[in-house]
Every structure is written in structure tokens, then in C-alpha cells.
Design a protein around this ligand. Structure first.
Ligand SMILES: NC(=O)c1ccc[n+]([C@@H]2O[C@H](COP(=O)([O-])OP(=O)(O)OC[C@H]3O[C@@H](n4cnc5c(N)ncnc54)[C@H](O)[C@@H]3O)[C@@H](O)[C@H]2O)c1
Length: 371
């Protein structure tokens, strides 16, 4: 049994990984500042971890280096999984400073606290966006890094920082996992993807169309050199991804220094095919319209996942139909995500604002029951 600090534990991937780790017998100390998540996710983790006593949560901004050092001194921590970051590509172009401040700043703060406290095992959330517009698909880890936006550059910089720390400290073991496109939800329907504001990722957007919170999906470009003209991505079930983190954690002792491993399925799905799969999962054809390509988007990103299979013994077992089924189940049961209250653009559903509970009931019955 060992204790793992999970940063960004209330977020989409962090919450699923925390639940997976607790189920596997780890103790988890979760931290988050709720910049893109809500305390409701922490309540759900407690519910799923009930009776184990293996999950503790502390609200903390990771850039608070003194607070983090104090936390790591409070109880022994054997390893860290570092999820906390901002992750929207478009937003990173508009607010680059915020992205460097949060993503690079939080990683520096974490490394400093780990050095202070003698913690030297780390799994880092990296991203396939580091590859940019890759010329060879499927993409292997030795493909050149060509980040095309500030978000991707923050991930690339963090990997470089971690590699340099490992060069200097020979007892450090770090694995950077470059994920492709995480999607889906916990099969219990209790955990899912519930970003603040308008979703930046396509699957939660489609889920919000399905539940009536958004009117239609905008498909950005249908003239890419792909079978149906829409962008192709390697969607990966978040529960498979959580398992990948657990295996990467367990394998940290195997290799000193910094190593990079892709997590993806090796299978590409177009936006149109994803929309069709979600329509099948929720039982109605979901509306969409074609819009102009977005700057910085690429035609196709698909992983070569062979290294993860070889080094971690990990392969993704869940398909796109399972991702859509589970994401729909979470959205259907939680039309407002983790927050009680009216939908963003369906406030007329609420007939009372006197208590959040009554508002939530109206919203849930009005929408959830009708689909
Ligand atoms: N979801 C994806 O498509 C994807 C793809 C590749 C890589 N990643 C990486 O995976 C990680 C997790 O992504 P996610 O999809 O779960 O995102 P998420 O936004 O749901 O989770 C990130 C969590 O970090 C928290 N956080 C942000 N800044 C913080 C700070 N300064 N201090 C403490 N907590 C902070 C947020 O509140 C949030 O709960 C991120 O590092 C992201 O860049 C995500």
C-alpha cells in the first residue's frame, strides 16, 4: 500500500484515476483549486471510495509552493500524479501568460516541494498536442516535437524541466504520459466530464447537445484529407486512461530518469463518426452544422500505442461506443453536471430559485425524464 498525491484530483481525468487507485488499494491525497472543476466531484469520489478511508482531499492552488511543501510534510507521500493544468488550446492563444503561469508555474512549484520533501516518483500528464501536425500517423514517441500553440508548448516545457531535473537527480523516476483524446465517463454514472463554461472538448459538447444544454454541434471543417472530411482523433476511454496511470505508477521503479509514453488506442474516429456513435447511444440524431476550420487544428492525430503495451503492459480495451454510452449515462443522470441548478441556456425550466435543490429537481425531471 502506498500513498499518492494526485494534483487536479477533482478534474475529469484526476477524479477517475483517483477512484481507480483507491479501488486498487492505494491511499490518495487529492488537491485541486477548482479552477475547472467543482467540489461536487470530490463528493462523488468520497461516495465511490466510501468505507475505504483511503481518500483525503485538500483545496490548494499548486502555485502556493509553501502550502504544497507544508502538505507534503504533513504525511508521507510515495509518488505524485500531476494532472493540474489548464488545457484549452484556443484559450491558451488568447491568454498565454495564464497558461505559462498555471502549467509551468504549478509544475515548478510541485518539483520544488518534492525536492524539499525527498519525493522523487512522478507521473506527468502530457499531451499528444506536443506532436503538432505530425507527418507520420500513427504517431510514435520519437516523432519530432512541434507544438503549435502555447498550451502544447507548456506541456513540452514541463517535459523538458522534468528531464533536466532527472539528469541532475539520478534517484528521480518520472514518466510523462502523452494522452490522445480522453473521453467517456465512469460506468457508475457518478463521475464524468463537467468542465466550467462551454466545453472545449468535442464529446462533452455533444453530450450537452444531447441533454438540451446546447443547441447543436459545430463541426469545424469538413474538407480535411480524411475519409469523411472531418478531423480524425484517437479517442480513449477515461477508465482505460486511469488504468494506464496506475500501471505507469507501478512501473516507475523500473526506469530511472525521464521517459515518455503515448496513451492512445491506435484507432482514429472522425467527428462525424463520433456524433453518429453518440446519437446511437442517446437514441436520437443529434443536430450539427459545419463551420470553418479552426486555426491550429490538424487533420489526424492517432497514437502508436506499442510502447505502452511493451513497457506498462497497457492496452485500451474500451471502444467509442462504450465512451458514448458512459458519457451519455453521466450526462443523462447529471444534466447540470455536478452542480445543482438550472442549465446555462435553459433557465426557463426552473420555476423556483428559492433553493438549489428544488431547481435541480425541476431541471432533472424536465430534461432527464424526457430523453
Ligand atoms: N482532457 C484532454 O483532452 C487532455 C488531453 C491531453 C492531456 N491532458 C492533460 O491532462 C490533465 C488533466 O486534464 P483534464 O481533462 O482532467 O482537465 P480538467 O480541467 O478536468 O482537470 C484539471 C484540474 O486541475 C485543476 N487545476 C488547474 N489549475 C490548478 C492549480 N493552479 N492548482 C490546483 N489545481 C488546479 C482544475 O481545477 C481541474 O480540476 C491536464 O494536465 C491536461 O493538460 C488532457
Amino acid at each position: 500500500m502506498s500513498t499518492v498525491l494526485v494534483t487536479g484530483a477533482a478534474g475529469f481525468i484526476g477524479s477517475h484515476t483517483t477512484v481507480d487507485l483507491v479501488a486498487a488499494g492505494y491511499d490518495v491525497l487529492g488537491v485541486d483549486n477548482f479552477a475547472n472543476s467543482s467540489p461536487g466531484a470530490v463528493e462523488r469520489i468520497h461516495k465511490l471510495a466510501e468505507g475505504t478511508g483511503a481518500f483525503e482531499f485538500v483545496e490548494l492552488d499548486l502555485r502556493d509552493r509553501a502550502g504544497l511543501t507544508e502538505l507534503l510534510g504533513r504525511r508521507p507521500v510515495d509518488a505524485v500524479i500531476h494532472f493540474a493544468a489548464k488545457k484549452a488550446v484556443g484559450e491558451s492563444v488568447e491568454f498565454p501568460f495564464d497558461y505559462y503561469d498555471t502549467n509551468v508555474g504549478a509544475t515548478l512549484s510541485l518539483v520544488a516541494a518534492m525536492l524539499d520533501r525527498g519525493v522523487n516518483r512522478l507521473v506527468f500528464s502530457s499531451s499528444c498536442s506536443i506532436y503538432g501536425d505530425a507527418t507520420t500517423v500513427p504517431i510514435r514517441e520519437d516523432a519530432p516535437a512541434r507544438p503549435t500553440n502555447p498550451y502544447a508548448r507548456t506541456k513540452w516545457m514541463c517535459e523538458q524541466i522534468l528531464a533536466d531535473v532527472c539528469r541532475r537527480h539520478s534517484d528521480w523516476h518520472v514518466t510523462s504520459l502523452r494522452y490522445f483524446n480522453p473521453a467517456g465517463a465512469h460506468p457508475s454514472g457518478l463521475l464524468g466530464e463537467d468542465p466550467r463554461g462551454i466545453p472545449n472538448n468535442v464529446l462533452p459538447y455533444i453530450a450537452q447537445v444531447a441533454v438540451g444544454r446546447r443547441s447543436e454541434l459545430s463541426i469545424f471543417g469538413d474538407d480535411y484529407p480524411t475519409p469523411d472530411g472531418t478531423g480524425v482523433r484517437d479517442y480513449l476511454h477515461v477508465v482505460d486512461l486511469a488504468e494506464g496511470h496506475r500501471l505507469a505508477l507501478a512501473a516507475l521503479d523500473d526506469a530511472a530518469g525521464h521517459r515518455v509514453i503515448n496513451l492512445g488506442t491506435g484507432r482514429g474516429t472522425s467527428v462525424r463518426a463520433l456524433l453518429d456513435a453518440f446519437s446511437a447511444a442517446c437514441g436520437r440524431a443529434l443536430p450539427s452544422r459545419v463551420a470553418a476550420r479552426r486555426a491550429g487544428d490538424v487533420a489526424e492525430l492517432v497514437a502508436d500505442p506499442a510502447l505502452a503495451a511493451g513497457l506498462l503492459g497497457w492496452t485500451a480495451s474500451r471502444d467509442v461506443a462504450a465512451m458514448c454510452r458512459d458519457a451519455w449515462e453521466f450526462q443523462r443522470l447529471n444534466p447540470n453536471g455536478y452542480e445543482p441548478g438550472p442549465f446555462d441556456d435553459r433557465t426557463h425550466i426552473s420555476t423556483s430559485t428559492s433553493t438549489s435543490t428544488s431547481t435541480s429537481q425541476h431541471a432533472t425531471n424536465g430534461i432527464g425524464g424526457s430523453r
